[in-house]
Design a protein around this ligand. Structure first.
Ligand SMILES: Cc1cc2nc3c(=O)[nH]c(=O)nc-3n(C[C@H](O)[C@H](O)[C@H](O)COP(=O)(O)OP(=O)(O)OC[C@H]3O[C@@H](n4cnc5c(N)ncnc54)[C@H](O)[C@@H]3O)c2cc1C
Length: 473
């Protein structure tokens, strides 16, 4: 039944000048909830589950027909480390660990505890690559749905975010569109887990794009291959430890015009199934993941690169001679877009010096990991002392807007700091914290900025999340 009308003014600019176009659209449904989570990637899944477990009525909006974001649609994996910098203890627990345990029961993952740096699951890389979690994207999709069913999260799949409902700087829900037409999902708190801060940007929150010159980390089209002779790969790497990332083959092929990819390393990661490998090697530079034009170019160029890389692997890399192409990602991998302006902006110094925060809601230890936005370089910078850095709650509170939390990849952090905290175990810890905060704010009818942070920390600990020891009580 048609209930309401959604009205919008669009400013259209072209070479002949600009003009405004107003369109109005009937809204087919208005749904009420406590917490609306937009984006069902690793952060959004954890935010929705945690908010529901803390008593909130939750709606989760996702553009695809399944959850997981980059972990499923992007075929990204493994989960990078969930352990301390020295590998001695696990620092991301909570819903992350629960998901891993559930996938293990389905033969869909290997627990990170026993996996050393330099293993085939780490692409044979060492720095920052200890205790990774190889997993099956199909297992992740099912576990994510099971969690939604068990916690009563109302799923709204195949639905794209269109606009926030904002009045006097207070967000009260979102407009979404899908096959049914336009819908309004009202919520006391909205959690933006789109990875690109789509809701925050549309609500007028300020942000930075990538680093200070606006350049962002390159996109990558992941793909998987099977029928690899893994034993032969291991033997080559063991006999040639200096040939990190199979650079020698890459250089030979590049000279012959058989490796047209701007990267310094060949990234191949064995999955939880022997003989099956993920390939993280294509690089599409100077593209903006919030631009339809650039996303389109990334998808097209990415698939061209996949076939060039596949041919290269079969011709040059020992063990890949009979590899078969298994699949390519449904969505090109976007490493970086918007970093919102938040109440606190995390810096690289905060990470490497392991600065303590009174409002810490999680810990992490992956190094700063920057794939050069314009070339083949790669920067890795690890923490200098301490076992892990701390993640302050304020990086998720967008300046100038109430009742909105931004979690996941687009929290308030510099380009360098974001390059460390963007990986999946970390965004899952951030997502869980965002969900608990949203539920507390909604239950108390206050903005997330006004909640008692100590209560938030206690809830997270009670629900299995790992916070710095001084909060554990
Ligand atoms: C090439 C590449 C390699 C990487 N390698 C690793 C790795 O090896 N290990 C690791 O741990 N991490 C890795 N990462 C990082 C990690 O995958 C991401 O940073 C992480 O997935 C971010 O999680 P998120 O939930 O914030 O966003 P996403 O995973 O991007 O999820 C966002 C979700 O929101 C949905 N969405 C977005 N916009 C809208 C909208 N407007 N309306 C409705 N739904 C929307 C999307 O469909 C998606 O489901 C890599 C990333 C890339 C791109």
């Amino acid at each position: 039944m048609l209930q309401d009308s959604y009205r919008r003014t669009v400013n259209v600019a072209n070479s002949k000048g600009g003009h405004s176009l107003e369109f109005s659209q009937h809204v087919v449904d208005v749904v009420e909830s406590d917490v609306v989570v937009v984006g069902g990637g690793p952060a959004g899944i954890c935010a929705a589950v945690e908010a529901a477990r803390n008593g909130a009525d939750v709606v989760l909006v996702e553009q695809y027909g399944y959850l997981g974001g980059m972990a499923t649609a992007g075929l990204v994996g493994p989960f990078m480390t969930s352990f301390s910098a020295d590998g001695s203890e696990q620092v991301v627990m909570g819903i992350f660990e629960e998901i891993v345990q559930r996938m293990i029961k389905m033969d869909g993952a290997i627990h990170p505890r026993g996996l050393p740096a330099g293993s085939p699951h780490s692409g044979f890389f060492v720095e920052g690559h200890h205790n990774v979690t190889p997993f099956d994207p199909e297992a992740f999709k099912l576990v994510a749905f099971q969690l939604m069913e068990e916690t009563g999260v109302r799923l709204c799949l195949h639905s794209f975010f269109v606009a926030p409902l904002v009045e006097n700087g207070v967000v009260g829900g979102v407009v979404i569109v899908g096959k049914s037409g336009f819908q309004v999902i009202k919520g006391k708190v909205v959690v933006d887990c789109t990875g690109d801060a789509d809701v925050a940007a549309a609500a007028g929150v300020g942000f930075e794009m990538g680093r200070s010159d606006g350049k962002m980390q390159p996109m990558t089209m992941f793909f998987r291959v099977y029928n690899v002779d893994s034993q032969k790969v291991y033997e080559y790497v063991e006999a040639n430890p200096e040939d990190e990332g199979f650079q020698s083959f890459m250089e030979i092929a590049r000279k012959k015009g058989e490796f047209p990819i701007e990267t310094g390393l060949v990234g191949v990661y064995e999955t939880h199934r022997k003989g099956e490998w993920r390939v993280n090697t294509s690089r599409m530079h100077d593209l903006d993941g919030t631009s339809v034009k650039d996303l389109t170019k990334g998808e097209v160029d990415g698939r061209h690169q996949v076939f060039a890389i596949f041919k290269f692997l079969r011709k040059y890399i020992p063990g890949f001679e009979n590899a078969q192409l298994m699949d390519t990602a449904a969505h090109v991998g976007v490493r970086e877009t918007r970093h919102i302006h938040g109440d606190y902006t995390l810096t690289v110094e905060d990470l490497v010096e392991t600065k303590p925060f009174a409002d810490a809601v999680g810990m992490y230890a992956y190094p700063v990991d920057i794939h050069d936005p314009s070339g083949r370089g790669h920067i890795l910078r690890s923490i200098e002392g301490g076992i892990a850095y701390e993640l302050p709650y304020r990086i998720m509170l967008p300046v100038g807007v109430e009742n909105l939390i931004v979690s996941g990849r687009s929290v308030s952090a510099t380009h360098e700091a974001a390059a460390a905290i963007r990986v999946m175990p970390c965004v899952m810890a951030l997502g869980q914290a965002a969900g608990a905060a949203a539920a507390i704010a909604s239950a108390n009818d206050v903005s997330p900025r006004q909640i008692d942070v100590r209560q938030l920390q206690e809830r997270l600990i009670a629900n299995g999340a790992r916070l710095p020891d001084r909060f554990q009580g």
